[in-house]
Design a protein around this ligand. Structure first.
Ligand code: GUN
Length: 283
């Protein structure tokens, strides 16, 4: 069965839209999200534009900053400093990856903690690992947990294998799964006997950026498969999973597109609304 991220994300966004509208009425304030893109990465441009569009659909104010590829690190840090000070901005998203001459860590460090709607700062990562309610969770793994819960897929006691150890997906995904009571294995490109591990998994999250990497012979019957990949190839758009074959064995599987991607965007708005409320001491 396909896990419909598009449908669920619409439901989540609809609820957020209603809440934003009632906040405007009650407090006369509009939650604001700043979105910063440096350079010309075509995939990043698509993501950023869909986030900007989402802002206007849901009633958020958006502050878009498109900076040239050769922007100096110092200039980007100054932009963030201004956004940190701006009272109309409740969340700051700097689209990754950044050009190579800019230190990603320095940029994330610069974003003020209460505006870290990506949940990328060390403090937020720590709170997530500690299962603290105050943590702002990275959008993609948080969206994956939401979609699994919405289909009542049990996580407690399950063997979860995560392919990919990135700071954006793999590592926070592991933390959220641990908090749900799952037994977690995080694999990477150097992992030995990978198939041995994937074949035992009840749930597999694939986030390694290789088109159709996970094949049917690597999974057991009735596995749950979450595909985070978005690979644009000459032959079209593919996830990290060979959907056609794996879907025959899986009990649940996310399609690409229409699975994890829309959930990531929905969670960004969820986090921005949360940041707005935290900053304004609302509920
Ligand atoms: N690049 C890929 N995914 C993300 C994300 O969730 N947030 C940001 N800022 N950059 C990304």
């Amino acid at each position: 069965m396909e896990l419909d991220g598009k449908k669920l994300s619409k439901e989540i966004k609809e609820k957020i839209k209603v809440e934003v509208s009632s906040i405007k009425e009650k407090y006369g304030k509009t939650p604001g999200l700043a979105i910063v893109l440096v350079g010309e990465n075509p995939a990043s441009k698509i993501y950023v534009n869909s986030k900007i569009k989402g802002c206007s659909e849901l009633g958020f104010e958006s502050f878009a900053h498109f900076l040239p590829e050769d922007t100096k690190e110092e200039e980007l840090l100054n932009v963030i400093e201004e956004l940190n000070k701006d009272e109309n901005v409740n969340g700051i998203l700097v689209q990754l990856p950044l050009p190579k001459h800019i230190d990603e860590k320095k940029v994330i460090d610069k974003i003020s903690l209460e505006k870290d709607v990506d949940g990328f700062k060390p403090e937020n990562f720590g709170l997530l690992m500690l299962n603290d309610k105050k943590s702002i969770k990275p959008c993609t793994p948080a969206g994956i947990i939401e979609i699994l819960k919405s289909y009542s897929i049990e996580l407690e006691g399950k063997d979860v294998v995560i392919l990919g150890r990135s700071n954006i997906v793999g590592k926070p995904m592991a933390g959220l799964m641990i908090n749900e009571g799952a037994t977690v294995t995080i694999c990477n490109s150097k992992t030995k006997n990978l198939v041995e591990k994937t074949k035992k998994a009840d749930i597999i999250v694939v986030a390694i950026g290789k088109a159709k990497f996970l094949t049917a012979d690597m999974v057991k019957d009735d596995v749950v498969v979450i595909d985070v990949g978005i690979n644009r190839t000459e032959n079209g758009l593919f996830g990290d999973v060979d959907f056609e074959d794996v879907s025959k064995k899986a009990s649940y599987i996310t399609p690409v597109p229409g699975g994890v991607g829309p959930m990531t965007v929905a969670m960004l708005f969820h986090n921005t609304l949360r940041a707005f409320k935290n900053i304004n001491n609302i509920d």
